[in-house]
Design a protein around this ligand. Sequence first.
Ligand SMILES: *Cc1c(COP(=O)(O)O)cnc(C)c1O
Length: 359
Amino acid sequence: MIEVATSGAFIMGPQVKVLEQQLAQYVGVNHCISCANGTDALTLALKVWGVGPGDAVFVPDFTFFSSAEVVSLEGATPIFVDVNADTFNVDPTDLERAIRQVIDEGKLRPRVIIAVDLFGLPADYPAIRQVADRYSLFILEDGAQGFGGSIGNQRACSFGDIATTSFFPAKPLGCYGDGGAVFTNNDEWAMLADSYRVHGKGAFKYDNVRIGLNSRLDTLQAAILQVKLKAFADYELEAVNRVAECYTSMLGGKVKTPDIPDGFGSSWAQYTIQLDNRDMRDSLQAALKSKGIPAMVYYPTPMHLQTAFRSLQTKQNGSVASQCPVSALLSQTVLSLPMHPYLSDDDVATICNAIFTSL
Ligand SMILES: *Cc1c(COP(=O)(O)O)cnc(C)c1O
């Protein structure tokens, strides 16, 4: 940080390039293009593919608002898909149903599947890839919460045709403000993303060849992220997995704990339990709060019920609500417990005991 301050290279300083190389290498892809935040990273990806009016983009119904917001911002239409109750991630069967429905209606052109690595667990990419190939769709991996996750020996942010992440402080790899990145193996898409993040620059900076954004990662944040990436790779990812194991061994059998499928690895952006109903969830959250333990509801509103998307429902065929029953239920029953690499076994035991006495 001092180096950046004394050099004065606050915008696109050398630390940004170095960080991008380190991130690309960690994830295992050819290109990393850093940007101002995870929402812009998604927008850049959609711009690279020219997604716009008339296009259908499939988005899980249970996610952070951003995942679908960016679709509407580009003038395309988000189509909400239900999720799996065990993994919280998009349900490949319902995804195919939604794609077929859009094709049958014949009004929108299916283009992209946005798969979200919710709470740190990669989506079911082997199954999603089969569906994407069947209908010639791109996969955009929203890895805002997924950085550090894995399937086999492949890391999150390498599964999508383009993948994105966020360095918002609460994400698995956070900076001291806003930040984000785009990942891809495709040379042309990488060049386009680099152009769109700096006002659609051409070969010469003041030759603007397309309409873009001002979405650079601050050099200060890049310097911070270099240190934090090292800690993440050296011990923080391992530490959150230890915390998760500790939670699961204490809570297992008493409340529904998160399910990590065989061969999958999570970076535990959240440790999310499920209660039987909304009353139980809300009273447990209140009881924990009274004991000074913060537990949060991610997410209290499924996408299809968000106020900003209300007008979509009348346009989409049938009752959208009845098509995402799992997402609607989860919004009433989930509770995310404190989760970070510096929680001790004693901290976890204190939290679990507070849960047992409140249930
Ligand atoms: C946080 C988040 C984003 C947006 O990231 P920002 O850096 O806050 O813009 C997008 N998608 C998901 C799933 C997120 O959790």
